[in-house]
Design a protein. Structure first.
Length: 93
């Protein structure tokens, strides 16, 4: 289903944001290839509280990405491990 400027709600785990550098990137695209998707938002993760963002763009595929660079306080330099219990993508149409 096509999503236009969806609201994204993300629940991080109650530990270990240093495993992904306290930052997650959100991307939207029109294929299952993450390399073809466009970054639409990023989130700073400091606790296990629910986070919310409006993903700026339109697409049929949504991605949450952890990167080995671009965050802060990494547990292991240049290594990112993504651990999320729940992500909801809410269409606003």
């Amino acid at each position: 289903r096509m999503a236009a400027y969806p609201e994204v709600k993300l629940w991080p785990r109650n530990c270990c944001p240093e495993a992904f550098g306290h930052r997650l990137w959100l991307l939207l695209g029109n294929s299952s290839k993450v390399r073809e998707a466009t970054e639409c938002a990023s989130l700073e993760v400091t606790s296990d509280a629910m986070l919310s963002a409006i993903c700026e763009g339109v697409g049929t595929h949504f991605f949450v990405e952890a990167r080995g660079r671009g965050g802060w306080g990494y547990q292991d330099e240049n290594v990112a491990v993504l651990m999320l219990p729940e992500v909801r993508v809410l269409s606003r149409d």
